[in-house]
Ligand binder design. Structure first.
Ligand SMILES: Nc1ncnc2c1ncn2[C@@H]1O[C@H](COP(=O)(O)OP(=O)(O)OP(=O)(O)O)[C@@H](O)[C@H]1O
Length: 278
């Protein structure tokens, strides 16, 4: 139904905003909401951001979870930094492939406020970022821009000015968007439409594929035999079986070429005709 991408600096109030949005959606009797974040996947924040490979892995795990949960019947909220523009683009592509709504909720807070909130959590012994990791993340933050398709519609909350709850403007607007009122003038005011490039290929079931492969193998065998019997001369017409049109050949076709053609045919046929359409 929808994918909501939380976005913001570390400790900028994203989880609080996600919680407020969930409350508002519940009140509005929306579709069920799934929250995806590091704790729900048993991932430790400092471990996940300690270096590039770990961070890449974290993004992969979160993206897979979003992909699994995205459906026409649920609102998925991904509550993580989502600080890299290219990554938000990937999430937008997932939403488009699933044909669902998409929006970004940005908790806009200055570095110093976020640092103070992180230090407070360190003092309280609550889950917090190590200073080295915090500094690195702050430096690499790529601010969302509502002019980009993957950052639109963009709902922004100024975390330092107001503690967030269901009545905050960004939450009210996001809830209206997710429950059907849309956001006129935004780049994505409706459900994203999958394109050929973003649609996931549906493959034929194993049995149909086996049958297709066997039948193609049989045709190949008949063609090879017919050409062998023709003793080098071009065999123009090759009967395949009762009720099946003869195969016309314009030239001799050797076994390696037939194998190649068979592979291509089976691959194409399994991706299209056997998979049917939705
Ligand atoms: N407007 C605010 N006023 C006071 N404190 C705030 C405000 N916004 C957030 N905080 C504090 O900042 C801390 C982080 O909040 P929250 O967990 O919602 O942020 P987050 O962006 O999800 O953090 P993380 O990056 O760890 O996921 C909390 O301890 C919260 O109390």
């Amino acid at each position: 139904m929808a994918l909501v991408v939380m976005c913001g600096q570390p400790c900028s109030g994203k989880s609080s905003a996600a919680a407020a949005l969930i409350k508002a959606l519940e009140k509005a009797k929306s579709k069920p909401v799934s929250l995806i974040n590091e704790p729900s996947l048993n991932l430790d924040r400092n471990e996940s951001f300690k270096d590039m490979p770990s961070e890449k892995n974290l993004r992969g795990v979160l993206r897979s979870a979003v992909d699994r949960k995205s459906s026409k019947d649920a609102i998925v909220i991904i509550d993580s930094l989502n600080n890299i523009k290219g990554y938000r683009y990937e999430l937008w592509c997932l939403a488009r492939a699933a044909g669902i709504l998409y929006c970004v909720l940005h908790c806009d807070a200055g570095e110093e406020d976020c640092r103070a909130w992180n230090q407070l959590r360190q003092k309280e012994g609550a889950a917090s970022y190590e200073d080295r990791i915090f500094d690195d993340l702050v430096r690499r933050f790529e601010r969302p821009d509502g002019k980009n398709r993957w950052d639109s519609p963009l709902f922004e909350h100024k975390s330092a000015l107001e503690k967030i709850d269901e009545t905050s403007e960004a939450i009210v607007k996001a809830t209206a968007f997710l429950t059907g009122s849309g956001v006129p003038g935004s780049r994505n005011s409706g459900v994203l439409q999958p394109t050929v490039a973003t649609q996931t290929t549906r493959h034929a079931d194993t049995n149909s594929l086996y049958e297709l492969d066997r039948a193609t193998q049989e045709v190949m065998k008949i063609l090879v035999e017919a050409q062998t019997q023709g003793s080098g001369a071009v065999v123009r017409k090759v009967p395949i079986g009762d009720g099946i049109p003869e195969i016309s050949l314009q030239r001799s076709v050797g076994l390696p070429e037939l194998r190649r053609l068979k592979r291509t045919f089976v691959k194409l046929a399994s991706q299209t005709s056997l998979s049917g359409t939705d």
